[in-house]
Each structure stands twice: as C-alpha cells, then as structure tokens.
Design a protein around this ligand. Sequence first.
Ligand code: SF4
Length: 353
Amino acid sequence: MEYHVDLAALHHWFLENRRSFPWRENPTPYRVWISEVMLQQTRASVVIPYFERWMRLFPDPVTLAKASLEEVIKAWEGLGYYSRARRLHEGAKQIVQQFGGKIPAKKELLGKIKGLGPYTIHAILSFAFHEKAAAVDGNTSRVVARHFLVEDDLTRQTAKKKIQLLADQMLDTKKPWVTAEALIELGATICQPKPLCDLCPLSSSCQALKERRVEEFPVKSKSTPLTVLTRSVAVIEEGDNLLLRKGLPGKVMADLYEFPYFEGLVKPLPRYLLEAWELETSFIRSLPVVKHSFTRYQAHLFPIHLRAVHRKVIPDYEWVHRDQLKELPFSSGHRQVLSYFLTRSDPQMVLFS
Ligand code: SF4
C-alpha cells in the first residue's frame, strides 16, 4: 500500500501544538518507562501528580529496586492494575542486577526486562534513544487505521502487526521519534473517537476522510461488558483499631488492604458477623455507596460502620491502629470507603494529601 503522508505538516503541527508533560521535558529511558506504564492506566492529566511523586520517591532504577514492595504499591495507589507496579519493581531489580542500573538501548536486551511489552520498548527506543521505532498505542492505531483504511479487527494480532508495520513505515528517516510521538498526540487530541478532521495535518492524505468513511474506523469487535458485583463492606472499629485484610499474593488485590466484605446485600450485618465469626458488633451508621471498577468488574460497595464489643482474632485479618492507616496501600474502592469513614468520624483528618 503506497500513500503519500505529509510528514512535514505532521511534524510542524506537533511542534506547535504538543502538550507539555513532565516526562516530555527530560525523556530519559527511566522516565519514559515509568510514564508509559502509568499512561496505560489513565489520562495524562491524572498521571502528572503520580509521575512527579514517583520521581521524587524513586528517581532512578537503583532507588526503585531498593524500595520495599509496600512503598512501591503505596506510590501506585489509585492507579489500579497493581501488578504493573509490582512488575516495575521487579524490572528495576533486574536492571540493577543485569545491566548495572542502566536501562539498555538495545531492543533484544529491553525485551528481557520483566513487564516491558512491545509498546513500552518502542517508546523507550524512540523517545529516549531516538531510534526508528513506532510506539503504537490506541491513539496511534486509530490514526493509522483511518489513514490507511485498515479494515481488520484491531483486537486481533494480525491487525496489530499490520498497524505496527504501517506506523513504522510512516516514520521520518531523519527524526523518527518526532513522527512517533506526533502520531500519539494526533490520536489523543485530533483523531479522537470523534475526530476533528478540519484541524488535522494529515487530512490531505487520510484515506478514510477521502472516502468519507471515518466513522467506520477503527474496526473493533465488541469488548465483554462489565460484570456488576454487589458487596456489603463491614468497617469494624474497636477502640482506635480497624479490622483489615491484606490481599494474598497472586490474587487481584494482592498486597492491598481491604475491609471485610461479603457478596450481596447482607442484612443485618451484625447478625451475620455474629454467626460467621462470633464477633459481636453494634450498628453505628451507613456510609455512602462506592463504585469502583477493576479488570472486567464493577463493584458496588455498601459500607456499614460497626463497633465491635470485644477485640477478637479473626483468621486472615488484622486489627490496625488508625495511626498506621495513612501508610498502608488500599484498593481504590476501599480507600474511598476509608476516606468516608475518616472524614465523617474525624473531619479534621486529611488522609490523602
Ligand atoms: S483526517 Fe480525520 S480521520 Fe484522518 S487522520 Fe486526520 S483526524 Fe483522523
């Protein structure tokens, strides 16, 4: 497939319109790595404070490798998909052990580092080392699919390979890293799901626009809808302590703290706790409902604040003093529950700054 691509217009547009982000100012391999993994989680504007805090806490692979897993998880708290934080930690240790603390500049070596997928490898090679490698994320895929009329289902591997090949072919021979980043930026700001073709620097060569078929691309099969989970959450207080459980290794919420919860709407919760755990509690109040999504689920949490009559040992759970709460990483839904609990029981306490 041979199409003209107006690279000069694309580069000019990018240099005039690129958004300023902290990771773009000084794109070292480490900063590119961390920012790209964070950007896989959420929007750039949300990532900025996380990225800046991360760089203050762990400014290089050596510091990250030396940190405890709990510190790393805590710094990631709120971004979701905690396995990515664990892989960053493992990857940093590997960089220290195998590459003397420096991220290598070769694709084959980068591929050996845990948690580095093709996209992140290409991003590091392109933005940090200025190699000829297109970093193809969802934004670039959308631009390429529209520009070249890629009719294949983009959820399939063959289509992904085709998009990668086309994106690589688009790269400028002199400044390939500018094209690579410009395509991502174009997808994020102009060639959005609802595209702004009138403002697009590629409008003269875009095949979808030419054929008036922009809405047909990119082609994607429908993703599985979210499964809704209803959970009763018991925020059980005893003196200055709360009952919590740390997620087990290998589970979705591994290393994150959560309150006891039970599937469905359990009513009344004190009677259930008495029967299940022989734990005597009294009802204090209901807290606001919290909704949070993880993997392919959306959990609706119904938290109830209870007071335990006596402290009792509950297998797999621990009583945690209020003073320690700020240091612990929570899953995002339970962090919100904790925040409601604390602000209502002690409005002066600021849990997350
Ligand atoms: S012309 Fe429209 S559809 Fe084509 S690349 Fe630009 S914004 Fe996307």
